[in-house]
Design a protein around this ligand. Sequence first.
Ligand SMILES: Cc1cc2nc3c(=O)[nH]c(=O)nc-3n(C[C@H](O)[C@H](O)[C@H](O)COP(=O)(O)OP(=O)(O)OC[C@H]3O[C@@H](n4cnc5c(N)ncnc54)[C@H](O)[C@@H]3O)c2cc1C
Length: 507
Amino acid sequence: MNDNAIRRIVIVGGGTAGWMTAAPLAQRLANKPGGGCEVILVESAEIGTIGVGESTLPTIRFYNAALGLDQADFIRKTKATFKLGIEFKDWGHLGNRFFHGFGDFGPSAGAQPSHMYWLRLAKQFNTMPALENWSVSSMMARDMKFTPPSSQTPAVTDAYSYGFQFDAGLYANYLRDYAVARGAQRIEGMIVEAEQHPETGFVTAVRLRDGRRIEGDLFIDCSGFRGLLIEGLLKAGYDDWSDQLPCNSAWTVPCASSPGMTPYTRATAREAGWVWRIPLQHRTGNGHVYSDAFTTDEGARQVLEDGLDGAALDEPRQLRFVTGRRRKSWIKNCVAIGLSAGFIEPLESTSIHLIETAVGKLIELFPDRDCSASLADEFNRTMGIRYESVRDFIILHYKLTKRDDSEFWRYCAGMPVPDSLRHQIELFRETGRVAIIDPNGFAEPSFVAMLMGLGVVPKRYDPFVDQMDIRAVHGHFAGLRDLVRQVVGRMPEHGAYIAGFTTPSSS
Ligand SMILES: Cc1cc2nc3c(=O)[nH]c(=O)nc-3n(C[C@H](O)[C@H](O)[C@H](O)COP(=O)(O)OP(=O)(O)OC[C@H]3O[C@@H](n4cnc5c(N)ncnc54)[C@H](O)[C@@H]3O)c2cc1C
């Protein structure tokens, strides 16, 4: 083994980020015949975790698969349901409703993207149904159906993807058990101090309130919003994006499940923010994300409580946040992952995805004890692109509103947006094309779903589309729509599909 290899990793914090980091590191490094590396996680029950974070993107499946998790076991233990996308209500205007589904709008009629052919038909026939009718995930969600993708009817059953909705606390416990079983050590205690090498500035140890001192070669800061090491010790600095994403508070409360378990998350725009609804097996998660500059805390709480579709199971809990990102999330031998690295409001369920991305990048760029500054630069560069592309995508949800019924929405419609986003919107409005600024971020169909859902109808479509006979284009859309209807019609109900995992005979 390289003499300079990392021998001990100390993870500060045992929320979703801490355990999502510990699990793959333990899997790869702890208790290995070549000497391995200790993985130690310190958490404090006294401080606790943020305890929200229930809706995910399809990439969570790749993270789980890399750990070798058994999907049925994971679904049972985390009370998970399937997620085909997000239903948006009242965003473009009051009464506006559309679905951002995971996957494409069916296979395309030709070499250009599907929506370009649809635009040609829509310009010719003003009775053309919404593009959403060709999104398999949207149609499954509408009919409350679920079955995993397969290659059975390739034009339909391959054309969608899915993520999960789960209990964040149960997921962290699940990963904790996984990590500990593979050699990670868990230490309960409150960190009161961190030490730095006097010359290099590297973090050398953290000290607990009971006097214990934990040394390490590499420190992962998963301490949540406080950023104990990355900000408290290393003063990374924070880019505050609140002027373009003004929500800064949330009320959350679980309620009893209502009949019919939706295979999707719902986001309903309200006067000064939006309300989420996330169905799990045992309860429904609810929250109201809002800006306290445009409503009162009490008013925001009332909006949440009035909109519940089941009896509240707890007292509402309030959270505050500042949208933005640490200027650097890897400094010297300290890497921040999770809320300590930044936070973008949960409208598209991107926080857990950003944790997956950061953990994957850390493994890809895993350092030795010198922690070369160039590795840190590369980590910070790629994570910067990802955070900013997520930021732009979320701002788009607000900026394109035509709502003018409250001061909040008037502010959102009028606010300046980043140049990258302005370019994205103008390019689509003029030509129907999507500028892919982050190839690993939200893909073209996501932008198309959001832009068209919010009412942007491109003036033109790709001229290559005109090279195809219009009857062939029409035939493609008519045939595909029938096929989608038939295939979705045969799929099981989402609730029944979940019951297949949870009833005793299924294990
Ligand atoms: C309102 C809201 C809704 C959200 N919804 C979603 C969603 O639907 N989907 C999604 O992907 N994400 C969502 N998120 C984000 C998600 O909750 C977080 O990304 C995720 O929980 C990770 O949090 P964390 O582990 O970084 O921090 P935390 O959960 O805050 O954990 C911090 C850990 O650090 C420990 N700690 C801190 N200080 C010390 C100390 N001094 N000594 C010892 N230990 C210490 C704590 O004990 C804890 O274990 C949401 C966030 C908010 C605010």
